[in-house]
Design a binder for this molecule. Structure first.
Ligand SMILES: O=C(O)[C@H]1NCC[C@@H]1O
Length: 390
C-alpha cells in the first residue's frame, strides 16, 4: 500500500488546528484555526463562546479529542484593548467545565508561542479576561524563544480576601477525614481568579502531600468548594466589584510547606534558577470541575504571593518556589518561582494589592489538526468518561 507523503484531513471537513504545549506538565492546546466567529469586547466574545459555541469547547477539551484535565487557549487578535493599543493580542481560556478568568500556565506557554510566530516582540501585553498581563520571553540570537530560560509574567493586581477564616461545614458538606470537625480554617486570595488555600493537614490529611490520596482529596475539596459557594455569608470572598461575572471560586489549592527543599542542583537552568529562591511550597490544585492542575497553577501562585505578602512572610525582593506534585516528583524541575513585582495599592478593587511576578518553563509537544465527521454522533459534543451517568 502506498501512503501519501502528506496526510491531510479528508475534504470537505474543515480542520481545527492547534499547537500543543505543556507548562510543568499541564497542557495548553492553543487553538489556531477553525475558531467560530466571536465579536465585541473580550468578555463579550467569551459570553458568545459560552452561549453559542460551547460545543467547540467540548469538542476540543473533552474526549475523544481531549480528556478530563485538558486545557485550551483561544487566540483573539481583536479585542477592545488590542484596538486601543494596550494589548498585543487577546486570549480566552477554557477547561473541562467552561471558560476561566486567568491562566498562568497557559500564559507562560503562549508567551513562547507568540514570540515564535512574531519575532519582533519579546515583551507582550496579553489581554486576558481579568485584565492585562505582561509577559517577558527570553530569546535566542535567531529571535526565537529560548526554551532554556524561564518565561515570566506580571499578574493583575492580586490580593488576599481572607486570612485564617473559619469555614463552617454543615453536615452535608463534611467528609470522613474531618473526623467530626464542623469547620476548617482556610485562606482566600485572588490572582486573576479566586482561590481557597488550605493545608493538607487542616483538610484532614496529616501525612500532607507526601502521602497523596487523590480520590479522597478530590472528594474533600469538592465538598469544601460547595460549602463555600453555597454559603451566602461567604459570597464576599469572591465578589468582584468591577466585573461581577468574574467573581466565583475557581479552585481549591491544598498546600504543604513542610515537605522541605527538593529543587535539584543539577540539570536544567530551571532547577538552578530556583535555588536562588528562599522558600519552597508544594500544592495540589483542584479547579473548575475538579480538574487537577499538573503545574503549580500560575494564577494561584500570584494569589499565594499576595497572600504571603499580606501575612508578612514574603517581603518584596524575596522569591519563593512553588511546586506541583509533578514538579516536586521531578525534584523541582519546572517549578514556578513567585515574587512580589510591585505594590499595586488598591487598584485591584477595595483591597490592598500587589502584582506578582511568576516565572516558569513551557515546551512544545506537538501539533494537531482535529476534525469532526458529520456522521460521528459521539465526537460532535465531547464527553467525559468520569461524568457518564447511565
Ligand atoms: O496556571 C494557572 O493559572 C492555571 N492552570 C490550570 C488552572 C489555572 O487556570
Amino acid at each position: 500500500m502506498e501512503f501519501p507523503q502528506r496526510l491531510e484531513a479528508p475534504s470537505p471537513i474543515k480542520p481545527m488546528t492547534c499547537i500543543e504545549m505543556h507548562t510543568a506538565g499541564e497542557p495548553t492546546r492553543i487553538i489556531w484555526n477553525g475558531i467560530p466567529p466571536l465579536t465585541g469586547t473580550l468578555l463579550e466574545q467569551r459570553a458568545q463562546a459560552k452561549a453559542k459555541f460551547d460545543e467547540f469547547r467540548r469538542v476540543l477539551m473533552l474526549e475523544p479529542r481531549g480528556h478530563y484535565d485538558m486545557y485550551g487557549a483561544i487566540l483573539r487578535p481583536e479585542t477592545e484593548l488590542v484596538t486601543s493599543g494596550e494589548a498585543h493580542i487577546g486570549v480566552l481560556f477554557m477547561h473541562n467545565e467552561g471558560f476561566s478568568t486567568m491562566c498562568g500556565h497557559a500564559t507562560i506557554a503562549l508567551g513562547r508561542f507568540l514570540v515564535d510566530v512574531d519575532e519582533k516582540t519579546t515583551t507582550l501585553n496579553l489581554h486576558v479576561p481579568c485584565g492585562v498581563v505582561q509577559v517577558t520571553v527570553p530569546t535566542l540570537e535567531s529571535a526565537k524563544s529560548d526554551a532554556s530560560r524561564p518565561v515570566s509574567f506580571v499578574s493583575v493586581p492580586s490580593f488576599a480576601t481572607a486570612i485564617s477564616l473559619q469555614v463552617p461545614l454543615s453536615e452535608k458538606y463534611r467528609w470522613a477525614e474531618l473526623q467530626g470537625r464542623t469547620f476548617v480554617t482556610a485562606d482566600f486570595a485572588y490572582g486573576g481568579a479566586y482561590y481557597c488555600m488550605i493545608s493538607a493537614e487542616e483538610l484532614g490529611f496529616p501525612g500532607g502531600l507526601g502521602e497523596v490520596q487523590l480520590q479522597d482529596m478530590d472528594h474533600a475539596t469538592k465538598l469544601l468548594k460547595e460549602a463555600v459557594v453555597t454559603n451566602p455569608g461567604l459570597q464576599y470572598l469572591t465578589r468582584d466589584i468591577r466585573t461581577p461575572e468574574e467573581g466565583f471560586l475557581y479552585g481549591i489549592m491544598i498546600t504543604d510547606t513542610g515537605l522541605g527543599h527538593v529543587s535539584a542542583s543539577e540539570g536544567t537552568a530551571a532547577a538552578r534558577a530556583q535555588l536562588d529562591a528562599g522558600s519552597e511550597e508544594t500544592g495540589l490544585c483542584f479547579f473548575a470541575n475538579q480538574q487537577i492542575d499538573r503545574s503549580p497553577t500560575g494564577s494561584c501562585v500570584a494569589a499565594r504571593v499576595a497572600l504571603a505578602h499580606a501575612k508578612g512572610t514574603l517581603p518584596a525582593g524575596e522569591k519563593r518556589i512553588y511546586n506541583s506534585l509533578v514538579t516536586r516528583a521531578y525534584r523541582g524541575l519546572s517549578g514556578f518561582v513567585g515574587s512580589v513585582f510591585d505594590d499595586a495599592g488598591t487598584s485591584g478593587g477595595e483591597k490592598q494589592s500587589v502584582r506578582a511576578c511568576v516565572e516558569g518553563y513551557a515546551y512544545y509537544t506537538g501539533y494537531h489538526s482535529f476534525v469532526v465527521e458529520k456522521e460521528d454522533g459521539l465526537g460532535v459534543d465531547g464527553f467525559s468518561v468520569r461524568d457518564i451517568a447511565l
